[in-house]
Design a protein. Sequence first.
Length: 97
Amino acid sequence: MILGTIFLTILYLILRYVLAWIAYFNNLDSRLGSSTWRFTYDYPVIGERDFSDLDDKDFVRLRRKKNKVILFMYSIVLIMFVSFMSLLSKFFLFFLS
């Protein structure tokens, strides 16, 4: 149980670091939006087109970086959920048996 708690704490710190990166990307360009949990292609972009590198190269590359960080965040949240359920089951088995 102690190792599980340490593992969840480390994952939480990594999650906070990733959320800081998402906030940083949100502040770089107003067209990215301010959402933490949404991918950037989930809502329309006002202004220049952003479908390929030919239209707005810097924005498209920034959007792709932010999407990778959001995907990493979702994977951390999933790993944290599975780890927490495992820790909770060990906790119940320890105290109820």
